[in-house]
Design a protein around this ligand. Structure first.
Ligand SMILES: [Zn+2]
Ligand SMILES: [Zn+2]
Length: 385
């Protein structure tokens, strides 16, 4: 008999939450200068999400550039767009979040050069880290994570000083393949504000297809001690063909329509990652995850799905809505993926099971088959609070 050691939804009051669709990584023309003609002002970015999707939570995460803005400022708050610098700033218009019915989130994408070739990009929310030139001169993503832990300066500190920042690794496949997973172990030792990684950046169509595998191999090595949450994001830059957005999102479990509730959900892993490409594909919505510890069964309740697969250590271990874990041998973690059959899928976060060294293999989309020994990451985990 196997024991369920951690439930990512512990503490969720399912009777009072609703599922909110969020895009937490995207860009306006503020960061692009003349580079992309089809980049659009921030108010139009918001308008397109409002007009074309069911999004209710939005973060515009323009990068910490210094060649356009000096010092670089986040594209926030929405009521101040008219006073912000940008290549087309004369056309910027303020937006009232209440009037458009969206929850605005302070965020940015951190990098250290204007072409995007420097450090591994890091998304930070609920902090103005990166608004000083010193911060955007970080020499590694690990340095960003470590500085973020100590970050106390800035004009948003009054609004968010009670809240830890939220950070994650953007599009890992741009920098590393899943077989280089060991290079990420230190990142998840930098603090609990480092919540996870993007497994879907515009679905499967961009960068690399191994980011979901990277998540699985990290979970296999770090669970049940250290949860790592998966995110899906559009990371939209250009809007000319209508295919740079509405391909991935997160489904936040919110107790109310506030940025505070968004923060709570992200910090606790109360959300699901979804992809839906090509454009028009439907991603299942996961509404409810029931954990019956007496019967030793986890059940996923979703809309718009055709199949549900349960994955552990990179393998599909079970099919169907319910996982009877008490009758199975499960180690490290298990997660459920609901699939629509039309190019949409939505994953739960990972449930923790007893740790065990397991050797498993996976196929990289661009590399030969590799055999991965489980690395006991105990030295790192012992330092993690
Ligand atoms: Zn990026
Ligand atoms: Zn981006």
């Amino acid at each position: 008999m196997v024991e369920l050691l951690s439930n990512p939804y512990e503490g969720v009051d399912w009777s009072s939450i609703s599922v909110h669709r969020a895009n937490l990584h995207g860009h306006s023309d503020r960061q692009h200068g003349e580079r992309f003609e089809s980049a659009i002002p921030p108010q139009e970015h918001i308008e397109e999400y409002k007009r074309q999707t069911d999004t209710t939570v939005l973060a515009i995460t323009d990068r910490a550039f210094s060649d356009i803005q000096d010092p670089p400022e986040p594209t926030y708050p929405w009521g101040d767009f008219e006073s912000m610098d940008g290549p087309n700033s004369e056309s910027y218009e303020n937006v009232s979040p209440e009037e458009v019915g969206l929850i605005p989130v302070l965020g940015r994408e951190n990098q250290n050069d204007s072409e995007g070739n420097g450090i591994h990009h890091v998304i930070t929310l609920f902090t103005d880290y990166g608004s000083s030139l010193d911060a955007s001169n970080a020499t590694s993503e690990l340095e960003v994570f470590e500085e973020l832990q100590e970050w106390e300066d800035g004009r948003f500190v009054d609004t968010w000083k009670e809240y830890d920042p939220i950070a994650w690794l953007a599009h890992p496949g741009r920098y590393h393949n899943a077989n280089e997973w060991e290079s990420y172990l230190d990142h998840f030792n930098a603090g609990s504000h480092v919540i996870g990684l993007e497994i879907w950046n515009q679905g499967l169509s961009r960068y690399d297809r191994n980011d979901e595998k990277l998540w699985d191999v990290l979970l296999s090595n770090l669970m049940p001690d250290r949860p790592i949450y998966a995110l899906g994001v559009d990371d939209g830059h250009c809007w000319e063909e209508g295919n740079d957005f509405d391909m991935a999102h997160v489904q936040l479990l919110l107790s109310d329509c506030s940025a505070e509730a968004v923060h709570r959900s992200l910090q606790n892993g109360w959300f699901h990652a979804a992809r839906h490409d090509p454009v028009g594909a439907i991603a299942p919505t996961i509404n409810f995850v029931d954990v019956d510890r007496d019967e030793q069964v986890i059940t996923v309740n979703a809309d718009d799905y055709e199949t549900i697969e349960w994955i552990s250590n990179g393998d599909v271990i079970h099919h169907g809505r319910s996982l009877p874990y008490g009758k199975m041998e499960i180690y490290n973690y298990a997660r459920a993926v609901a699939k629509s059959g039309t190019g949409g899928e939505t994953t739960t976060q990972a449930f923790g099971f007893p740790s065990k060294d397991i050797e498993w293999t996976f196929q990289l989309s661009r590399k030969p088959l590799r055999t991965l020994p489980k690395r006991a990451a105990k030295a790192i985990l012992s330092r993690f609070p």
